[in-house]
Design a protein around this ligand. Structure first.
Ligand code: NAD
Length: 363
């Protein structure tokens, strides 16, 4: 009997549908190669949903996600929506899903592949020991979900505005626990990032993380203020292994990690809840500047599928096979535009074909 899984696929906007199509090529191979019964169904989200349903998060999409074992997400964002002066597209779609499914833990693995190290913006002597950082970011608390408001003058111009950063111990505890567990399985070095010299929420963050560290004597815990952390990651990335951050600090630091590995088009991410249900997506956005040009790098989308198999479906071997197929494609010299010398590069479609072909034959 083959194992049955359902995946809800939400390609979204911009390059989302182009790179998602490359992940479908891999899913289509899975059933035969590993005797699985994976069924995937597409749903609209973001501006592409708005055009059809007048909402960026249609009910049919929410239902489709509820009925699935995991969500494979592309990206969202479109300037045409911004010009309508509506509320935030991200808040009403992606942040809505994160909150609805309690996806409190975001995992991004920033790894510099030796074959493309020339595309890292960092100097050779800085990256000589490689980059292999896992960023664990709290995803449904903090300033992005706290109280926020505009205050207007009598001409309805914004006069002032505020956002609120708020965390309780339970929220910090559950994300820190994941970071310690992850560290235990790796180099046993954990860096917790905060701004406890200024923010009360960060004082609680540091205090709680210190308390949990007593349960993990084998893990070496360091604390860094966010401004210093950002500097140290650029100056000495190989000294980091697992980084633990609040929602906003993690948003910034995980993008910094994406930049130093060469291209944001290479970085996948997982957002999971306590039951292992999750949403998997590339770290980048809808990239309107390269939309429909067939030049987007599909690797982040394919590696997001790999994370889905690992974290939600617990198919660890298949996930490794996908990762190795990507590695092999890079080793053989295949490059999309973002990781090439801008002359000899292959298209989004071709990169999807190359990785699928390697994947079919990988043992
Ligand atoms: P972006 O990540 O879309 O693009 C930044 C740069 O990275 C661009 O030059 C783009 O071409 C490049 N890039 C991104 N993905 C790539 C890929 N796979 N291959 C090659 N190059 C790639 O960020 P932005 O320009 O700040 O935002 C564009 C839109 O995306 C905005 O509407 C923003 O709100 C939205 N956004 C969505 C998400 C998401 O869906 N999770 C995340 C970030 C931004």
């Amino acid at each position: 009997m083959s194992k049955k899984y359902k995946i809800a696929c939400l390609p979204g906007d911009g390059i989302g549908p182009e790179v998602m199509k490359q992940a479908y090529k891999i899913i289509n191979i899975l059933n035969n190669k590993y005797n699985l019964n994976i069924c995937y169904k597409e749903f609209l989200v973001g501006y592409s949903a708005f055009k059809k349903y007048n909402t960026v998060m249609p009910k049919s999409t929410i239902k489709g996600c509820e009925k699935s074992d995991a969500i494979l997400f592309g990206s969202i964002g479109d300037n045409r929506y911004k010009s309508l002066n509506k509320s935030s597209l991200e808040k009403d779609s992606l942040l809505y899903i994160r909150k609805k499914f309690n996806l409190f833990c975001n995992i991004r693995h920033a790894k510099l592949y030796s074959y493309i190290k020339n595309y890292s913006p960092l100097k050779k002597k800085i990256i000589k020991n490689g980059i292999d950082i896992i960023c664990i970011r709290e995803l449904i608390g903090g300033i992005y979900f706290g109280n926020s408001k505009f205050k207007y003058d009598n001409k309805m111009n914004i006069k002032s505005a505020y956002d609120t950063e708020k965390y309780n111990k339970k929220e910090i505890y559950r994300i820190a626990k994941i970071a310690f567990e992850m560290s235990k399985k790796r180099k046993k070095i954990l860096t917790s990032v905060d701004k406890s010299n200024v923010l009360k929420s960060s004082i609680l963050w540091r205090k709680t993380v210190n308390e949990i560290s007593n349960e993990y004597p084998e893990v070496k815990l360091n604390h860094l203020y966010v401004d210093n952390a950002i500097m140290q990651i650029i100056k000495n990335p190989s000294s980091f292994d697992v980084i633990l951050c609040s929602n906003m600090f993690g948003d910034i630091i995980s993008d910094e990690c994406a930049a130093i590995i060469g291209s944001i088009g290479m970085l996948p991410s997982a957002s999971i809840n306590e039951n292992g249900f999750g949403l998997y997506e590339p770290a980048g956005g809808s990239a309107p500047d390269i939309k429909n040009l067939n030049v987007a790098n599909p690797i982040a989308q394919i590696l997001s599928l790999s994370m889905l198999l690992k974290y939600s479906l617990k198919e660890v071997k298949i996930s490794k096979d996908i990762d190795n197929s990507v590695k092999k494609a890079l080793k053989l010299g295949y490059r999309t535009k973002d990781i090439s010398n801008k002359k000899n590069y292959i298209s989004t479609e071709k990169m999807g074909d190359v990785i699928s072909k390697i994947f079919i034959n990988i043992k």
